[in-house]
Design a protein around this ligand. Structure first.
Ligand SMILES: Nc1nc2c(ncn2[C@@H]2O[C@H](COP(=O)(O)OP(=O)(O)O)[C@@H](O)[C@H]2O)c(=O)[nH]1
Ligand SMILES: [Mg+2]
Length: 316
């Protein structure tokens, strides 16, 4: 095994570890669903439906999965319950592939003349600032020059928290005082990043204005002002969702995508929750790709979401 093999083995282990609560819960429920059964019949399928729904996969996605397995039972005539895990893995992975959003393979970014601008949005407490710190770390590891912009100016603590991450990762941060105009912070950040030849800018934003016209107008103001420096900014609008809230994360995704042009998703806090199935539902239901998953509070606890690997980890 080469260096890369070892590296990805470690990543896989931390993914397994991070998802352990969900894995355990799914495993127990699945065992109960097939108890005393040798083949996959209607009763097993009913139980399976319940397992998926109670694992936060969501009703619509669960029904799609069940339909696929029914078709498979029809086709193959006989399916043993001992094959159920591997069939689930195959069918869920295949379902998620149908969305046809290419998996991101590493922390790389498109080459461009101007810095690549990533704006991070989401409600308070979901893990935006933490995800930004982890992203900055990964981009830096990948050899990119990173600048952070503290445009969540509502609380001094929010700015300070981003500063702590900037120090930890050792990247510059552009900040102003608490209460200053977020758009002005974003403008300064892009100016500075452009002048210093940075590769990527990550802009933190406030989530307090959720559900209000205010949020929309604030985010579009930030965009408009950034475009004075980098005409095609932001290149990416990353919506961060707290996976441990299960169906609430779904609701937030719905709300946000209605009001903001979200281009990618991150699901955090998958460690310490049994609701990790929500990633499958969100990945299926939204045409916006889930790009990152958070599996802990530490700097290395952010992973790129790879559908097949995720499903494999959950049902193994
Ligand atoms: N266990 C766990 N905690 C996380 C993860 N991501 C963020 N957090 C914690 O969630 C809390 C809120 O995060 P923060 O980044 O401040 O959220 P923000 O308000 O959206 O910026 C903090 O205590 C973080 O340490 C994660 O993937 N796993
Ligand atoms: Mg924050």
């Amino acid at each position: 095994m080469g260096l890369f093999g070892l590296f990805s083995k470690a990543k896989k282990e931390s993914l397994d570890q991070g998802l352990s609560k969900t894995k355990e819960s799914v495993f127990q429920k699945l065992s109960r669903a097939v108890v005393g059964k040798s083949k996959v019949d209607d009763e097993v399928l009913d139980n399976l439906e319940e397992v998926l729904i109670t694992s936060d996969v969501g009703v619509d996605t669960t029904l799609k999965i069940i339909r696929r397995i029914e078709e498979r039972v029809d086709r193959d005539k006989y399916l043993g319950v001992d094959e159920l895990n591997s069939i689930l893995k195959e069918e869920i992975a295949a379902l998620l592939e149908e969305n046809n959003t290419e998996d991101v393979t590493d922390f790389d970014l498109p080459k461009s003349e101007n810095p690549y601008v990533l704006m991070v949005v989401g409600v308070n407490g979901v893990g935006k600032t933490t995800t930004i710190g982890k992203l900055a770390y990964n981009f830096k590891q990948a050899g990119k020059k990173v600048v952070l912009g503290a445009a969540d100016t509502f609380r001094a603590a929010a700015i300070d928290q981003l500063e702590v991450w900037a120090k930890r990762v050792d990247v510059p941060i552009i900040r102003q005082n608490m209460g200053s105009d977020p758009a002005s912070v974003a403008f300064d950040t892009l100016k500075s990043a452009k002048a210093s030849g940075a590769d990527v800018v990550i802009i933190d934003t406030a989530g307090r204005l959720h559900n209000k016209v205010n949020l929309m107008s604030e985010l579009s103001k930030i965009k408009k002002v950034m475009q004075k420096v980098v005409p095609d900014a932001p290149h990416e609008v990353l919506l961060v969702l707290d996976g441990s809230t299960g169906q609430n994360a779904f609701e937030q995704a719905k709300q946000f995508t209605k009001t903001t042009e979200v281009t990618s998703l991150a699901l955090t806090k998958l460690d310490g929750t049994a609701k990790g199935g929500v990633v499958i539902g969100i990945s299926d239901q939204f045409k916006i790709p889930v790009k990152y998953i958070g599996i802990g509070e530490k700097i290395e606890d952010l992973q790129i979401f790879r559908r097949a690997e995720f499903v494999d980890s959950l049902f193994s």
